[in-house]
Design a protein around this ligand. Structure first.
Ligand code: PEP
Ligand code: MG
Length: 318
């Protein structure tokens, strides 16, 4: 039985009624990429590139970045790699990014705001990602997007980098949905984003107005709060109108209780911790999409995360 479970980890995840769900893993190093492959992940739905930028006096140059991204792409054996552009801010400062002291770093200069504040850093990073071979293995994802204009500004820098390097193929450029602004305008953003991936860690913090690092609030910071689920529902509706896929790369993707709800809302890609990827696949295989849609609709009408969890447990007969 153990051998069978092991083998299943390397098979695709398809619901009982035939919907294919991609199960990816989050990464931040070559080691993570190897763990993703060992656990049967189909690629990486989130490479956090911060590891290259923190704890140093100068930013990594284009060659160093290209080498590191290539090593991670190689460790993934050609499977898709979604590289997130730099996501630092006032709380993760680097000496070469003199972000003025902020009273609320979570609401300050961070994510794409930093990239557009220092566009030469963004350009260098995009050029390094574009140099990874085979061309097309890497997709690019932008964190903390709040409006379509920010995506357009990043795309303009990407087009410049492509021109400089003579890249003519389409390079997929997606966004993270982790601000309420992005979730409620997903229909506008999806018109020009190649894909959307929900960052439930930040989205929950901003929707519930609860600091994700505050231990006093930790027990109440639950991404299964109906307010967060409604944001994800709106994201999926907006994406669907433009034929874009929606993934989840925040912690909620690794929560087995959330799997049926996310599928029911229209999510088709889950980027989880590597270790839990086989269990997420097994959970997907036990689900019917139609039943998930019914469950998700009922979840949106609950009044607390506890009620949502209870609903799911009851439906799973657990
Ligand atoms: C998120 O916010 O859900 C996310 C995946 O990004 P990070 O945890 O790196 O902020
Ligand atoms: Mg985030």
């Amino acid at each position: 039985r153990k051998a069978a479970a092991k083998a299943a980890a390397f098979e695709p995840a398809v619901t009982r009624d035939g919907t294919r769900i991609e199960v990816f893993a989050n990464t931040g190093s070559v080691k993570d990429a190897l763990a993703a492959i060992e656990n049967g992940a189909e690629g990486s739905g989130l490479l956090r590139t911060e590891f290259l930028f923190l704890d140093r006096q100068t930013p990594p140059d284009e060659d160093e970045q290209a080498r590191q991204y290539q090593a991670i792409a190689d460790a993934l054996q050609g499977k898709p790699l979604i590289v997130r552009t730099l996501d630092v801010g006032g709380d993760k400062a680097a000496p070469y990014l003199p972000i003025p002291a902020e009273e609320n770093p979570a609401l300050g200069l961070r994510g794409v705001r930093v990239s557009l504040w220092r566009p030469h850093l963004l350009k260098t990073q995009l050029r390094a990602i574009l140099r990874v071979v085979p061309q097309g293995q890497c997709k690019i994802m932008v964190p903390m997007i709040g409006s379509l204009d920010e995506l357009r500004a990043v795309r303009a820098v990407l087009e410049e980098a492509k021109r400089e390097l003579g890249v003519t193929d389409h390079v997929e450029l997606g966004v993270m949905i982790e601000t309420p602004a992005a979730a409620v305008t997903a229909d506008l953003i999806a018109a020009e984003a190649d894909f959307l991936s929900v960052g439930t860690n930040d989205l929950t913090q901003y929707v519930l107005a609860m600091d994700r690092g505050n231990p006093e609030l930790a027990a109440r910071i639950d991404a299964l709060h109906p307010a967060v689920l409604r944001m994800i529902a709106q994201t999926c509706q907006g994406a669907k109108a433009h034929g874009r896929w929606v993934g989840v790369c925040g912690g909620l993707a690794s929560d087995l209780v959330a799997t049926p709800i996310l599928l029911g809302l229209g999510v088709t890609e889950l980027s989880t911790t590597a270790a839990i990827a086989p269990e997420v696949k097994a959970r997907v295989r036990a689900l019917d999409l139609l039943a998930c849609q019914d469950l998700a609709a009922r979840a949106l009408a609950q009044t607390s995360p506890e009620a949502v969890r209870g609903l799911v447990q009851a439906s799973l007969g657990a």
